[in-house]
Ligand binder design. Structure first.
Ligand code: ADE
Length: 418
C-alpha cells in the first residue's frame, strides 16, 4: 500500500485517540452500523482532502464500512495529526498522504497522490481537490460521480465555478446544511478557536479587549465564547445587517482601524483576503495577538507584517513575535493559518459528528442519484438535515413534542382568523 506520513510508530497513540473521539460521534456510529449492513458505497473510490484529525478518521472508517475504498490527504499543511495518519495506515489499511508542517510542494504532491486513485467521489474542505482536478487533472473528470464541500470558503469557490459554467460535476454544499453551520461553524469554531488561542498563549482573556473580524456563524461563535471568558468583545463587520445583529447581541461595533488601536487580541473569521492590512498594523497596540480562523492564511497581510519587522522570535510553539522597526511588538499565532487546527485539535468531536454524518449521507445521496444530478452546486436535502438532527437529539437523550393533527392542519390552512 502506498502512503506518505511522518512516523508509523505513532499508530497506537492515534488509534486510542480515534476511539476516544468516536465516543462523542454517536450519529456517525449509527450510520456506520447501517452502512455495514447495506453497503451503499461498495467499491466506490473516495478521495478526501480533509483535516487529518481523529474525527476525520472516524468519517473515513464509516465510508470504508459502507464499502468504499478511501484515500486521504490534508486540506491544510498545519492541521495534520501525525498519530492519526499513522493509525489509519497501520490499523485500517487506509492510504494517507499527509505530514504536519509539509511545504507547499509536498502538499500538492499529496493531493495528486490521492487523485492518482481516480476517485469517483471527492470530499473537500476548502476546495483544493476540485480545483486541482479542474485545473490540472481534467482527464479524471469522466470517472467522477460527484463531490462534497465542507466549508464556507470552499462553497464560495464552487458557487463562482457553477456561475461561470466551469464546474464539471455535481457538488453538495455540506457547509450550508443547518446541522453543519449552525453547530460546527458556531459552537465548533467558538470553542476550538478560543482553545487554540489559549493553548498557544496561556494569556487570561478576562478584561482584555478581544476583536472579532466578521460576524458570520464562525464570528458569532467566537464572540460568544470570548464574552463568556470575560473578554471585552468588539465586532467589526462590512455587512450592515450582521453589524446590527452584533450590536444588539451586546458587542461594541466599530471600524477595524479603530478596533486595532485598542485591541489586545484580534481574530479574523471572514474568508476574505488582507482583512488585517497595513493601515491596521500601523496603529495596533503594542503586544497585540493576531490570529485567523478562516480556511486560508490570507486574512492577515503577513508580507506587510514581515516588511515592518526588525526581527522575529518564537517565544513558544505557535507564536511568532514580530519586533517592529517603530519599537512595537505584534504576535502572530500559527503563521496566520487556522488557529483552531494548528494550535489546538480543531472542533470537538460532538459537532464533527453532525458535519461528518452530513458528508457520509451526501456521499450516499450522490451515488444513489447519479442519473439525475448534473454538474452544479446542490443544497443538502432537507431530509438529511432532519435525520441528523433527530438522531443527535436521541443520542443526547432529548425527546421533543410532535404536532397534533389539528395543529398540523391549522398550519396548512388560511380560513381560521381572529
Ligand atoms: N474542521 C474543524 N475541526 C475539524 C476536526 N476536528 N476534524 C476535521 N475537520 C475539522
Amino acid at each position: 500500500m502506498e502512503y506518505d506520513i511522518h512516523d508509523i510508530t505513532l499508530a497506537d497513540e492515534g488509534l486510542a485517540r480515534i476511539h476516544w473521539a468516536f465516543r462523542e460521534m454517536p450519529v456517525l456510529g449509527q450510520l456506520m452500523e447501517r452502512f455495514t449492513q447495506s453497503q451503499p458505497l461498495k467499491n466506490i473510490r473516495v478521495a478526501g482532502c480533509l483535516h487529518i484529525t481523529t474525527e476525520t478518521a472516524n468519517l473515513a472508517l464509516a465510508l470504508k464500512a459502507a464499502g468504499a475504498e478511501v484515500r486521504l490527504c490534508a486540506s491544510n499543511p498545519l492541521s495534520t495529526q501525525d498519530d492519526v495518519a499513522a493509525a489509519l495506515v497501520q490499523h485500517h489499511g487506509i492510504p494517507v498522504f499527509a505530514i504536519r508542517g509539509e511545504d507547499n510542494d509536498t502538499y500538492y504532491r499529496h493531493i495528486n497522490s490521492v487523485l492518482d486513485s481516480r476517485p469517483q467521489i471527492t470530499l473537500d474542505d476548502g476546495g483544493d481537490l476540485v480545483s486541482e482536478i479542474h485545473r490540472n487533472r481534467a482527464d479524471l473528470l469522466k470517472e467522477v460521480i460527484g463531490g462534497c464541500e465542507e466549508t464556507t470558503t470552499g462553497v464560495i469557490r464552487l458557487r463562482a465555478m457553477a456561475k461561470e459554467g466551469a464546474l464539471k460535476y455535481p457538488m453538495m454544499a455540506v457547509n450550508d446544511a443547518m446541522t453543519k453551520h449552525l453547530f460546527d461553524n458556531r459552537y465548533g469554531t467558538g470553542q476550538s478557536a478560543l482553545d487554540g488561542i489559549i493553548r498557544a498563549t496561556n494569556i487570561l482573556l478576562a478584561g482584555k479587549v478581544f476583536t472579532v473580524v466578521g460576524y458570520g456563524w464562525c464570528g458569532r461563535g467566537i464572540a460568544m465564547r470570548a464574552k463568556g471568558l470575560g473578554a471585552n468583545v468588539v465586532v467589526t463587520e462590512v455587512e450592515p445587517l450582521r453589524a446590527l445583529e452584533a450590536a444588539m447581541d451586546g458587542y461594541r461595533v466599530m471600524p477595524l482601524v479603530e478596533a486595532a488601536a485598542i485591541s489586545d487580541f484580534i481574530i479574523t473569521a471572514t474568508g476574505d483576503k488582507n482583512v488585517i492590512d497595513q493601515p491596521h498594523l500601523n496603529v495596533m497596540k503594542d503586544g497585540c495577538v493576531l490570529s485567523n480562523s478562516g480556511h486560508f492564511n490570507v486574512e492577515i497581510n503577513i508580507p506587510a507584517l514581515e516588511a515592518m519587522a526588525r526581527e522575529k522570535h518564537r517565544p513558544r510553539p505557535h507564536i511568532e513575535e514580530y519586533r517592529l522597526k517603530d519599537g512595537r511588538t505584534l504576535c502572530l499565532l500559527a503563521e496566520g493559518r487556522l488557529v483552531n487546527l494548528a494550535a489546538a485539535e480543531g472542533h470537538p468531536s460532538s459537532v464533527m459528528d453532525m458535519s461528518f454524518s452530513g458528508q457520509a449521507l451526501c456521499v450516499v445521496h450522490l451515488v444513489e442519484n447519479t442519473q439525475t444530478l448534473h454538474p452544479d452546486l446542490y443544497p443538502v436535502p432537507e431530509v438529511i438535515d432532519q435525520e441528523i438532527a433527530s438522531l443527535k437529539l436521541s443520542a443526547m437523550g432529548i425527546s421533543i413534542d410532535a404536532l397534533t393533527g389539528e395543529q398540523r392542519q391549522y398550519l396548512t390552512s388560511w380560513r381560521e382568523g381572529t
